[in-house]
Design a protein around this ligand. Structure first.
Ligand SMILES: [Ca+2]
Length: 79
């Protein structure tokens, strides 16, 4: 029983660390992905982020084929 509790604690710690690392990495990613610095991320620009590319249409709320800063923020906060 004790071992299970320890395992759970370690798993939670690992998950928390992974989340923190991901958030820190993604924080200033918008300008990095926005290659031409026009303020939106196109599908092509999103190819630098595999997870974003795979779910691009889900986060492109107005379906204009590009992600605004707001749409990108929603993706970051959900991931
Ligand atoms: Ca859009």
């Amino acid at each position: 029983m004790k071992a299970i509790k320890l395992f759970m604690a370690l798993s939670l710690t690992a998950a928390a660390l992974a989340t923190t690392a991901h958030a820190a990495k993604a924080k200033d990613n918008f300008s990095q992905l926005d290659n031409d610095q026009n303020g939106v991320i196109t599908k092509g620009e999103a190819s630098g982020d595999t997870e974003l590319t795979n779910n691009f249409n889900q986060w492109d709320k107005d379906q204009d084929g590009q992600l605004s800063k707001e749409e990108y923020s929603a993706y970051i906060q959900a991931s």
